[in-house]
Design a protein around this ligand. Structure first.
Ligand code: AKG
Ligand code: FE2
Length: 346
């Protein structure tokens, strides 16, 4: 059976050690599901009762949403503070006797550092008792470590499509989770607002509003308890908890430490050179405003051409193993048949 060229299953690796990871996955900058990597006793131990008892009543700031699909455009969710043990209970149940919005509200925790404005999250500091049960896979150099974040979601919770600037190993400890990813090369089809895609309903998008979205190639996987998902920096991801789920993600620097914004605590601020380039672009666009529309159009087009020839990679997108042949796909598309010339951003 032919696989739909715009839908790709994220490759699954079952016997990955550090060498295989570095050679076949990390270097290639492709997402991959790693099954069978030891994550420690958390896999058996982290029941709701155990999490409540060991995690204790330390306060956590959580997202509370009346519907499971969180919407950053209309900000349909609230931030509320709860003791960790109360939060875990609420996230695990489907109907609440105590609630903020409604009996059926959904919860999501993305844990923060002790001083949330200054330091990145580290499970070992905020939840030392639970962190003992989780072993961080040693696939990266220790100095690449950036943060270690608890991710706990109600059944059905969907987090909007976004990218982070760090490499990520997302460990699913309990519950199944669907993850849909898009390549950074498809950014022009995703209707970005900063680091997020405005296309919230990725399963039945409003194509009158977002006609380009169909051109984005969808990579998909379902994480089972014990799975690790490697999400390379800049790859877009959208998560949907198919059950109440507990995960831990570890962000790692891909570039040298100096390349990143020192004030970044979430792992999502653009690298300093990229942020500078984007600022300069804004200035350039302001300068174009001084021109009449037809001149602005002409010089705008020239700028696009310059960016395409100078900044776009001449390397074809790496084919993801066992999936539709991405190179062939590009070659069969007349607009993208010349190596190095990507289709114009329309
Ligand atoms: O697991 C989730 O719900 C979100 C994960 C995520 O966005 C991340 O690990 O960067
Ligand atoms: Fe993320």
């Amino acid at each position: 059976m032919m696989q739909d060229p715009e839908k790709v299953t994220v490759p699954l690796f079952t016997a990955v050690d550090r060498e295989v990871f570095l050679r076949e996955i990390y270097q290639m900058r492709i997402p991959a599901v790693l099954r069978g990597v030891s994550l420690g006793p958390c896999l058996d131990k982290w029941t709701v009762d155990y999490l409540r008892e060991k995690g204790g009543d330390r306060e956590v700031k959580v997202h509370v949403s009346p519907v499971p699909q969180m919407d950053f455009l209309h900000k349909n969710f609230l931030y509320r503070t709860l003791p960790f043990d109360v939060f875990v209970q609420r996230a695990a149940e489907t109907k609440h006797s105590d609630f903020f919005i409604s009996e059926e509200e959904s919860y999501y925790l993305r844990s923060l550092g002790d001083d949330p404005r200054r330091e990145p999250a580290d499970l070992r500091k905020q939840f030392p008792g639970l962190a003992e049960d989780f072993s961080i896979p040693q696939f990266f150099e220790p100095e690449q470590f950036f943060s270690c974040v608890f991710r706990i979601s109600s059944c059905g919770l969907q987090l909007w499509t976004h990218y982070d600037v760090m490499d990520n190993l997302l460990a699913q400890v309990s519950g199944r989770k669907r993850v849909v990813l898009y390549s950074p090369r498809d950014a022009q089809h995703l209707y970005l607002s900063g680091d997020k895609s405005e296309v919230l309903d990725i399963d039945s998008p409003d194509l009158e509003r977002y006609p380009e979205f169909v051109k984005a190639r969808r990579y998909e996987c379902v994480l089972e308890p014990g799975d690790l998902l490697f999400i390379p920096a800049l790859w877009f991801h959208n998560t949907l908890a198919l059950q109440f789920g507990v995960g831990v993600n570890v962000f790692w620097r891909h570039l040298r430490a100096e390349s990143y914004d020192k004030k970044d605590i979430y792992g999502n601020k653009d690298p300093v050179a990229a942020a500078r380039a984007m600022q300069v672009l804004e200035r350039a666009l302001q300068a174009l405003e001084e021109l009449p529309p037809d001149y602005r159009d002409f010089y705008g087009r020239r700028m696009v051409l310059r960016i395409q020839s100078c900044a776009y990679s001449s390397e074809p997108e790496v084919a993801v193993q066992g999936c539709s042949p991405i190179k062939t796909l590009a070659a069969s598309n007349s607009e993208t048949s010349v190596p190095g010339s990507l289709s114009h951003p329309d």
